[in-house]
Design a protein around this ligand. Structure first.
Ligand code: ADP
Ligand code: MG
Ligand code: MG
Length: 877
């Protein structure tokens, strides 16, 4: 069974068998490029090695020996020859690139005899002994597991003796002494002499590379990047070329384009008179590649043309390792280069205009998650002085400001023109005005789907959650992180993209819609069929979303309008009212406010649908919590003449809060249930919608309201509310205008029963919008507010669940309900409009699902609209 392939036998498509490095070395040989000859031991051999309990088979050894014979013939040298020895490198090479994670040994085949042969043959003893000391060090480290610092210390001592800092100025005698002390070190640590048998060297090195697949850093890297553990690594055995032969030699790494901005120029570094690992080791400072153009112009030109050729061949930016031996260029590795989001976009767009790839290819290459970086502010990394702590990166982007510890202060300071960061243990809906006023939000509790995280993401406000290192001292208005005390007004900076909490003020960089992003989005729009709406509760968000290309509002949550500080007291009056008259009085005050909200949104969204959800949360969310009220009562001062009145007021509140208390509020009196028990609340909201529509129509604006009823589980609920909507529309608009306004009435499908009875519900619905947050909650039976903190994290850690279903749509379970409801609805109304709103609307995997299911639109937060447009296009590729 063939487990060893000479480079000339392989090609790029053999990636899985030969690993990335081997497959690309083979491909470069096919292209006729100058690659030192060699061969690859397959990943399958590595898997066999592990299956046999860490042993290489006789058969594999025989195949390696045969391939080595061929290599000797090709090179005209012999392995272990005392006159002109063949030296090889033994290099790891996994299927998915894992840069620097596994091991490589250079200059293998040297021993006390062959080193003299190399010295004589090259007439360069200094060089030969330099190679030998490098080899012993790498072999000692990689194969014999001796920590590198032992060797480094000995090298350091030698340099002190020789009075130099530089490798190049060490004499032959110096290297010989170092080699002796290296061998002594190996003898001490392993109780064995350094192996002189070159075949033993080779086979042990191959096994060491196999073993390095399971070294801790490689394991961690695989976990982080979701690379399967069973793949294994290939091993490349390649004849050496020498960058350490003198000043006409060297080694370096280049990118065919700039990986941090995508500019089409060679980018990289090299070192004269050095071997591979020296560039990374940072002992000497490498030269920028541009210098090579003047130092070795012929080599530079050759390298440049090879870089272009490889780029054309692979149709992507390349990351290339090379070595120059006595003025001759050799290529040692090529792969598609890693790049940041901005470079990724620019390169993809440029490759299309250069005719190298199609628009579809370029869209396929965009990593949607990566774009988050671009659409939010960043910071000047060089100005970061101290990272205080790291929490969950809940909402991306950078923010800098003065820290405050309560929402009211945030609002107040913001009015005075101060940028603020709101820091709290956790946030509740009552903090919403403070969150709006803040540049960034920081909490010490809660996960990626906590209130703070969801709301901040929706607003595009940078947010770090669950930063457990923070302690708050409420009375003194201060917090402590990593031993540092921050008082109200102190500057801090948040990086919501990585979760870093940074001390002081760091200069920020604005987010920009680059020309490349605009181009890519235009291509996406040509391809996609899924429409992209946004979730927006106020004119400002609507405007942002429209700028990012939103084609409508898929979810306008009216409750957020109730939390504004000047309204909350009125809302509370309405809730506390004991009789219908009092309630109506409060509602009358709210009506013009709601109307104004809707007018603002209608104007911005002129010509586009605006889906307005009637009030959804349980009423208790608008009241202070019980503990807080009880605390206030206990703190009243009996001497104060106002105390009795205050006490009475508080007691009314307490009674009401107790009355509204529910054991399971998420399954309780909320959504349309609330609208049915308190019809006057919904009536006010409906009236506000139609009054606003009326005003805007008078202004000549094309208004398209779509009223959405939440939490419907039975057709009768929707039927009842729809009738009321139609009555109010007629009453407000009059018979004539109500015919002119093309409004829709629809429902959320978020209770499993609604999905199951879609055929009945659709009789009263013009559209279905899947509220996948609640639908996920009720399908799994997980409380969204508690699950994460309690068991969900454990479930994910233990791999019981592949991911958090509140972040990535559960297509197997929740998805079935969606499919069922779409099918049911369209069986009755074939043209039924369907969409998804909620956290999943901006997630790529979920968008792919929406395309498959045949939904008309996805709705996501404003900052995710561009991502969703691209993901929607990718869903069709
Ligand atoms: P990594 O996967 O960590 O990049 P490599 O196998 O690419 O490890 O080896 C690291 C470096 O060693 C290469 O970039 C190259 O400079 C040097 N190297 C590897 N093989 C050879 C060789 N045959 N001749 C000269 N240098 C080599
Ligand atoms: Mg490499
Ligand atoms: Mg809901």
């Amino acid at each position: 069974h063939k487990q060893v392939f000479a480079f000339q036998e392989g090609h790029a498509q053999m990636l899985h068998l030969l690993g990335g490095k081997g497959a690309n070395l083979a491909e470069m040989v096919r292209l006729g490029l100058p690659v030192p000859p060699g061969f690859t031991v397959t990943t399958e051999a590595c898997r066999d090695f592990y299956e046999q309990g860490g042993m290489t088979s006789e058969d594999l050894r025989a195949q390696i020996s045969t391939a080595l014979k061929q290599l000797e013939i090709e090179k005209g040298q012999h392995f272990g020859d005392s006159r002109n020895p063949l030296l090889v490198s033994v290099r790891s090479g996994s299927v998915t690139s894992m840069p620097g994670m596994m091991d490589t040994v250079l200059n293998l085949g040297l021993n006390d005899e062959t080193v003299q042969g190399l010295a004589n043959h090259t007439h360069n003893p200094r060089f030969a002994y330099d190679c030998y000391r490098r080899f012993i060090q790498m072999y000692g480290n990689v194969v014999l597991n001796i920590e590198a610092y032992h060797f480094e210390r000995l090298l350091h001592e030698l340099k002190q003796q020789e009075g130099t800092e530089l490798d190049q100025s060490i004499s032959v005698e110096g290297w010989k002494r170092l080699i002796a002390s290296y061998k002594e070190c190996i003898l001490q640590k392993t109780k064995r002499v350094f192996p002189q048998d070159v075949n033993e060297q080779l086979f042990l090195a191959v096994e060491a590379v196999f073993r390095s697949w399971h070294n801790p850093r490689a394991q961690i890297y695989r976990r982080v990047h979701h690379i399967p553990d069973h793949q294994g690594t290939a091993v490349n055995i390649q004849s050496m070329v020498f960058g350490n032969m003198g000043d006409d030699s060297g080694t370096g790494v280049i990118f065919s384009r700039n990986p941090s901005n995508g500019e089409n120029v060679l980018f990289g570094e090299y070192l004269v008179n050095a071997q591979g690992e020296d560039v990374v080791a940072g002992v000497r400072t490498p030269m920028p590649i541009a210098t090579l153009a003047s130092e070795m112009p012929a080599v530079y030109d050759h390298l440049f043309s090879v870089a272009k050729q490889l780029e054309r061949h692979y149709k992507d930016m390349q990351d290339i390792e090379f070595t120059v031996e006595n003025g001759k260029l050799y290529l040692l590795q090529t792969r598609n280069g890693k790049r940041n989001a901005q470079a990724a976009l620019k390169i993809a767009v440029d490759l299309v205009s250069e005719g190298s790839i199609s628009k579809e290819d370029s869209l396929r290459r965009i990593e949607v998650g990566h774009l988050d970086q671009l659409l939010h502010r960043g910071m000047d990394e060089s100005k970061i002085k101290q990272v205080l702590a790291t929490g969950l990166p809940a909402s991306p982007g950078a923010a800098t400001g003065q820290v405050v510890f309560d929402a009211d202060t945030a609002v107040e300071w913001n009015r005075m023109g101060k940028p603020v960061i709101l820091a709290r243990q956790e946030t509740t809906p009552e903090d919403i005005h403070g969150m709006i006023a803040s540049e960034g939000v920081l909490t010490s509790r809660g996960g990626m789907t906590s209130h703070a995280a969801v709301v901040a993401r929706g607003m595009g406000t940078p947010c770090i959650c669950g930063c457990e290192g923070i302690q708050f001292t409420d009375q003194e208005k201060s917090m402590q992180i990593a031993g540092v005390v921050l008082k109200e007004g102190d500057w801090i900076t948040l990086d919501g993209t990585t979760g870093r909490v940074i001390a002081g003020k760091v200069p920020l960089r604005e987010a920009e819609m680059t020309p490349e992003l605009t181009q890519m989005l235009a291509w996406a729009d040509e391809i996609r069929t899924l429409q992209v709406y946004t979730n927006a509760d106020n004119p400002k968000d609507a405007e942002t979303a429209r700028r990012f290309g939103a084609e409508g509002i898929g979810l306008c949550r009216t409750e957020h309008m109730f939390f504004a500080p000047e309204r909350l007291p009125v809302v509370q009056q309405m809730i506390l009212a004991d009789n219908i008259d009092d309630r109506n009085r409060a509602l009358k005050l709210l009506l013009p406010m709601q109307q104004a909200d809707f007018e603002g949104i209608f104007r911005i969204m002129a010509g586009l649908p605006v889906t307005i959800r009637l009030l959804d949360p349980p009423l208790h969310e608008f009241l202070p919590n019980l503990e807080e009220l009880l605390r206030q009562v206990s703190q009243l001062n009996d001497e104060d003449p106002e105390t009795p009145a205050k006490k009475k007021e508080l007691q009314v509140l307490i009674r009401k809060v107790r009355l509204l208390h529910e054991t399971n509020p998420m399954l309780g009196q909320r959504g349309c249930r609330l609208g049915i028990v308190y019809p006057e609340i919904y009536d006010m909201q409906i009236e506000a919608v139609f009054r606003a529509a009326d005003t805007c129509m008078e202004e000549g604006i094309d208004v398209r309201p779509e009223l959405m009823v939440p939490l419907v589980g039975h057709a009768a609920e929707l039927q009842l509310i729809r009738e009321r909507i139609e009555d109010i529309a007629k009453r407000i608009l009059g018979p004539e205008k109500s015919g002119l306004l093309a409004y829709k009435v629809g429902t959320m499908i978020e209770v499993p029963r609604a999905a199951l009875t879609a055929k009945q519900i659709v009789e009263h619905a013009d559209f279905f919008s899947f509220g996948t947050n609640d639908l996920t909650q009720m399908t799994f039976g997980y409380s969204r507010d508690d699950a994460e903190g309690k068991f969900l994290t454990r479930y994910i850690d233990q791999k019981l669940l592949p991911y958090n279903p509140f972040q990535v749509l559960d297509t197997d379970g929740v998805g079935q309900l969606i499919d069922l409801a779409v099918a049911g609805g369209r069986a009755v109304k074939p043209a039924l409009k369907t969409g998804i709103c909620g956290e999943h609307g901006g997630d790529k995997a979920s968008i792919l699902f929406c395309q498959r299911t045949g939904l008309n639109y996805v709705s996501c937060s404003p900052f995710r609209v561009p991502l969703a447009r691209i993901a929607a296009a990718q869903a069709r590729l």
